[in-house]
Design a protein. Structure first.
Ligand code: ZN
Length: 142
């Protein structure tokens, strides 16, 4: 369970569950996995319970290219949790992967005021303070 007690200053951390465990294990090994329909091979957004193309319910983890573009982003100046006090202003972004699904993430290796919609990015992996490795994205040359 994430730490949601606003009276503490420890920041909420990613905690893999049974369903997301393969994703985070792959991140730790340097691979980005996203789910793919076993029936029609369509890529699926992370939270979809069924394939949006054929309605199939068997979604399997498959390796993605790790490349994409910034679909949208914002810069957070007003923190909503004291655990992020030292990080504001920080960016939050939605990256559209080459395969189609979009991931909520952060852009690294780039000043917040240099981030642009449409910017090509590639995945990088960052270890959080609780040891879980998460995907973030950094700009790449075109
Ligand atoms: Zn399908």
């Amino acid at each position: 369970m994430p730490d949601s007690d606003p009276t503490t200053s420890s920041r909420p951390e990613v905690t893999p569950d049974e369903r997301s465990k393969p994703f985070f294990e792959a991140c730790a090994a340097g691979h980005l996995l996203i789910r793919r329909c076993a029936a029609c091979q369509a890529w699926s957004a992370p939270a979809d319970p069924f394939c949006s193309i054929c309605g199939g319910g068997r979604l399997e983890w498959a390796q993605a290219s790790g490349r994409g573009t910034i679909h949208t982003f914002g810069v957070v100046h007003h923190i909503s949790h004291p655990g992020f006090r030292d990080e504001a202003p920080y960016n939050v972004a939605v990256v559209e992967l080459e395969e189609g699904p979009r991931l909520n993430t952060h852009i690294i290796g780039c000043a917040n005021d240099e981030i642009r919609v449409g910017m090509p990015v590639a995945v990088d992996f960052v270890r959080t303070t609780n040891g879980v490795v998460v995907p973030k994205f950094r700009p790449v040359a075109t």
